[in-house]
Ligand binder design. Sequence first.
Ligand code: GLC
Length: 468
Amino acid sequence: MGCCNRLQWWQEARYGMFIHWGVYSIPARGEWVMFQEHIPPQEYAPLAKKFNPKRFNPDEWVELAKSAGMKYMVLTTRHHDGFSLFDSQVSDFTASKTAAGRDLIREYVEACHRGGMRVGFYYSLLDWRYPGYFRGPANDPEGWKALVDYVHAQVRELMSNYGKVDILWYDGGWPYTAEDWRSEELNAMVRQLQPEILINNRSQLPEDFDTPEQHVRASERPWEACLTLNDSWGYNAADDNWKTPQQVLKLLVRCATGGGNLLLNVGPKPDGTIPRQSVSTLRRVGRWLEENGGAIYGTDRSPFGGTSTGMTTLLGSTLYLHVTRWPGKELTVPRILSKVRSVHMLQSGKPVEFTQNGDRLMLKGLPRRAPDRLDTVLVVELEGESRVLNYFESPDYFAEWTPPAQAKAVAEPLAMEPPVIMAEEPAAAEESESVPYSEEEPVATEEAEDAETAGDNEEAAPSEDAAK
Ligand code: GLC
């Protein structure tokens, strides 16, 4: 890839905090409220007169992210509604020129730098206050140019005025192209000003990493799944569909299994405080990470995927079993071709008795009840490189087994029809780009469910990669 040193810290980090915050936190119906309720810009603008976050203390945000075990933060510098949390020469709709009278991005960056936290900027290319956005470059070339010039100017400000920025997280490029946004030129400028920066794939160019949203799906390229803690990005007072700490942890483990990151969102209230429910869930998972972080941070993609009891992560020749469905005293892990040197429980260090039977690793003498309700990690030390039995590879036991179809063919050899040659599945190309690893239940969000009913289910059938 040639890029990997720049990405290394981020890939080792595995877990970051996403923050959606702006004037939309006042109506408290999510960050799309302006669009969804068709609020005209002139009616929306006065929200800025009320946006004065007295209790905003970015050091507290950084402290929370740290105690949650998160290694970087990404804050909305400007969302689709056009309100900039930073001071901008090209906009008056900013925190510093309205009630707050402060450059909230500067305060956030300074707190991150003080706390040794990596800094990310979310930035929406689109701005709903610009008619040119809705009309598009073909119908309104001048209006479009005004929007794109403003976007380029703001990105330049963000990249110039705040010292080192680690991540630029674009959004809202749709439905226009990289040419329309002049994204190549934009990102060249970004990289010139911030040579180490990581850029996501939402300026309609692939850049450094992919960003599956509200679901976990591994890709061959570096990737980061972003998910909400309830069902909203921006603060939504009526949304109490909170994920539990175990759901959050399972998401994080699934990401690590597939070699990806989790960017987990919080939506602060208008006063700058983060909802209590989010805080307690984040801290709970953080406590687990304090003891078990070795099974998450810096891990590689695990070819062992998931089993009946939970997911696996891999670091070199150490395989971590994340047992989220504790089976009792015995546990079997299939498809391990490497010789196992030892097995122990991560938290207590206690050794675990084991035997290897073909590709099955069988563990015995485990506690009857899960030692850790969230996720008990068992550490399997493999000899040499990890070797996995792939989905379509025949296990040893087939040597001893007469399959039913074969028995029938011997009895009635002439009854067989010549095989029909099928045309190639059109979906094959799409499929082969994804990396199969998941055996877990799907992520509990509507988008994930939609994706799965649309035939996007990683669990149902292995992709072609598994057959290799
Ligand atoms: C979407 C939404 C947006 C949210 C983002 C996070 O693109 O438009 O509101 O910021 O996803 O990934």
